[in-house]
Design a protein around this ligand. Structure first.
Ligand code: SF4
Length: 734
């Protein structure tokens, strides 16, 4: 390809490098989408160290979604029942500023809320923190990362003293035991899975253990698949630790020198002998023993996890219990080893670095720490005490705040909570009660646009310059290589403009995103995530870099904690002592099945992009429910029959796929379908809002359901809702 731009795939946290070229090139045919628009050419970037040229279907087809159904102009309406009308940016921004001031004076700063996204670039995240937490004095900024990996953040902070995955993708090539728990890596992080599989093909002794109630494509490839009952992860992990101790696989030297709180952990482990654990988990004792042997006998153990662990009301405890196994056996701070959380979104990591959750501040600081607050107040040129002392509203707290009338102004950007939040009927009712909601998005319509009073068109990936950090702490510059559509502006520019109009001229006097990044990296000086050595110019010249990357001295950025010292008060990593709480909503006589939810290979989250890509729509045309043959027989249904899934909160309807990939008693539905793409197929109409007490992450993975066969086939209800799309086209004047 000629005239290529190197950038990063804007979908998942693997963070694959892409090369993108203009649609028209001399002597070559121009690809066009179904609407006749020329499509940019995309391929994997062989020079990107994280992906080495590999790319999955999502990255390969990203360009097909860039021009479809774009929100082109600011639009407003007085109530949700009225149509939107096009307005100028001037009019829209005046309205936004007026409403912010009104709420500040009537309800105080905590009446303001912003809900952002792991799709943000780091510059967007940083300016949003400066505006909300700094200038406006409310910590009510949360992001969809709360639904994705906040349990990993809490687990790392509590066990190691700081957030930050300590591993690199190179560890996939050096491990001799990959321990995958709560992650369908083959479908959700496919390029990492390919890399692990290549390593296993070359090194037949490398073991892969997969722990998942469902026999996913990842589990199919494993040496050992432990299909545990949903909610028994901690039982299993404690059971493995029990056996590691019994067989003397612990690294006593490491534990003596580098850890604390082991005695409390041992007290807990006494309650997890193999027969009890195997019975609770629904597995055989010999399989439990085999998992413990694989871990104990390996030189280097790498654990990988994602939403199956994090999205739980005991997600933090699960993360810490995984880390316990590493601490017990000295499996951290060396090649091929360590606890490695895989982030879902392309820049959830950058969000953590920039303080993009309601309890965080930039540079891996926390709101609760007075020194951290003071440091940021001074850095931002604000008066002492300006940053609020308490964490702000986490994702679900925004919903309860709307219900209580405590949120008077809600600004949602680059995310789609009307599909992704739990207990959707309740979520939608709360969103309808919002006195004033801004929705800042690249696309229109989405399910959430129905709940907005103001629509602000956002420039998206390809149209704005900024950085993103992937799961292995590698930062890639994503340059702008196309003009923004219509009147769309970068998220950070919109936040900065509002800041200036509120009177914070000096704080938001940035000419471009490179200047924003230069300021942001200074907040990381001396922190675990030190990036003071980075700039847009350096990333453009030298390519992607991992942090830590300070502006002086040399550091090993491939792995954290190689000196076996941890950023806790005593320099030791901390064991955690947890018993399992089980499921937040266990099955009972009225709701006898456990529903678990998950992702499919081609689709991304709520389909805002992938639903607009023909190839992916053909790959996964409709939602479905997977059920074991025994359960299907018990309720008198066969393959392709329809069922209504009922919970205490809502219902949804699906055709069934009868499969042995799940144990009896558990059913599965994919989470990608919102009201725009199918009728009555929302997985989150069924899920409940119970949250982890530390990470405040909801348990999106499991709830109790009953199944009612539908007498009449429902073939048509999952077809595309073309009416909605036509309305959108009318509004957009196309
Ligand atoms: S694995 Fe993730 S980052 Fe890589 S191409 Fe696929 S979606 Fe993009």
């Amino acid at each position: 390809m000629t005239d290529t731009t190197k950038t990063l795939c804007p979908y998942c946290g693997v963070g694959c490098g892409l090369e993108v070229a203009p649609p028209s090139q001399p002597g070559k045919a121009t690809n066009r989408d179904s609407e006749g628009t020329p499509i940019w050419k995309v391929r994997g970037d062989r020079d990107h160290p994280s992906s080495q040229g590999m790319v999955c279907v999502k990255g390969a087809t990203i360009a097909e979604a860039l021009d479809k159904d774009r929100l082109l102009y600011p639009m407003v309406r007085d109530s949700l029942d009225e149509p939107f009308r096009r307005v100028s940016w001037e009019e829209a921004l005046e309205l936004v500023v007026h409403r912010i001031q009104a709420v500040r004076y009537t309800q105080g700063p905590d009446g303001l809320c912003m809900y952002g996204s792991g799709q943000f670039q780091t510059e967007d995240y940083y300016i949003a923190q400066k505006l909300m937490k700094g200038c406006l004095g409310t910590n009510n900024f949360d992001a969809n990362s709360r639904l994705c990996m906040s349990s990993a953040v809490a687990g790392y902070i509590q066990s190691f003293g700081s957030d930050g995955p300590p591993c690199s993708y190179d560890d996939l090539d050096e491990t001799d035991c990959a321990f995958l728990i709560g992650t369908n890596t083959a479908e959700c992080h496919p390029i990492l899975f390919n890399r692990l599989q290549k390593h296993r093909k070359k090194n037949r002794k490398v073991k892969m253990v997969v722990i998942d109630p469902r026999r996913t494509p990842t589990a199919e490839a494993a040496d050992l698949h432990l299909a545990i009952q949903p909610g028994t992860d901690i039982d299993l992990l404690n059971g493995i630790a029990y056996l590691l101790m019994r067989w003397s696989y612990q690294d006593s030297l490491f534990m003596d020198d580098c850890t604390s709180n082991f005695p409390a952990y041992v007290e807990v482990l006494k309650h997890y002998p193999p027969d009890i654990v195997a019975s609770r988990c629904g597995i055989e004792v010999k399989d439990l023993e085999m998992a413990a042997r694989y871990w104990g006998q390996a030189e280097n153990v790498l654990s990988l996890w994602s939403m199956g662990v994090n999205q739980s009301w005991e997600g933090t405890a699960k993360v810490r219990t995984i880390i316990n196994l590493h601490l017990m056996t000295g499996q951290v701070g060396k090649p091929g080893a360590g606890p490695f959380s895989l982030t879902g979104q392309p820049n959830a990591m950058g969000g953590r670095e920039a303080g993009g959750l309601s309890h965080l501040l930039p540079g891996y600081r926390t709101v609760k720490d007075p020194e951290h607050r003071a440091a940021m107040e001074q850095f931002w040129g604000l008066k002492p005490g300006q940053i609020a002392v308490r964490p702000g509203r986490a994702a679900w707290d925004i919903i309860t705040g709307l219900e209580a009338g405590e949120v008077g102004f809600l600004w949602i950007a680059a995310t789609n909570p009307a599909v992704s939040f739990p207990d959707l009927d309740r979520t939608k009712a709360a969103l309808r009660r919002s006195p004033f909601t801004i929705y800042q998005e690249a696309y229109y319509p989405t399910e959430t646009s129905a709940y907005a009073h103001v629509l602000l068109p956002a420039a998206q990936w390809s149209e704005k310059a900024g950085v993103m950090t992937n799961s292995e702490r590698r930062i890639t510059l994503c340059p702008a290589f196309r003009k923004a559509k219509g009147e769309a502006r970068a998220d950070w520019e919109i936040f900065a403009e509002v800041g200036r109009r509120l009177g914070f001229i000096e704080q938001f006097a940035f000419k471009n995103s490179a200047e924003v990044y230069d300021e942001f990296v200074q907040t990381t000086r001396g922190r675990v995530c030190d990036m003071t050595g980075l700039s847009h110019a350096r990333l453009a010249a030298e390519g992607p870099r991992q942090w830590p990357c300070p502006d002086s001295g040399t550091v090993d950025s491939a792995r954290l904690y190689t000196d076996l010292r941890f950023p806790t008060a005593d320099g030791r990593a901390r064991f955690a002592a947890y018993h399992s709480k089980g499921l937040a909503e266990p099955p009972d006589a009225h709701y006898p099945y456990v529903l678990t939810t998950g992702r499919l290979y081609g689709h991304w989250h709520t389909q805002t992009r992938t639903g607009r890509i023909e190839k992916i729509r053909k790959m996964h045309p409709n939602p479905f429910l997977e059920i074991h043959p025994r359960d299907a027989k018990a309720i008198g249904i066969q393959d392709k029959d329809w069922v209504e899934v009922q919970t205490r909160r809502g219902t949804a309807r699906f055709p069934v796929t009868v499969t042995r990939s799940l144990a009896p008693g558990t059913v599965f539905v994919p989470m990608h379908w919102g009201a725009l793409w199918a009728d009555q197929a929302e997985a989150n109409a069924l899920t409940h809002p119970a949250v982890d007490p530390d990470s405040l992450q909801p348990e999106l993975k499991a709830c109790a359901v009953r199944l009612v066969p539908l007498a009449v086939a429902q073939e048509d209800i999952h077809q595309e809702k073309s009416g909605v799309r036509l309305i959108a086209e009318g509004l957009l004047g196309r």
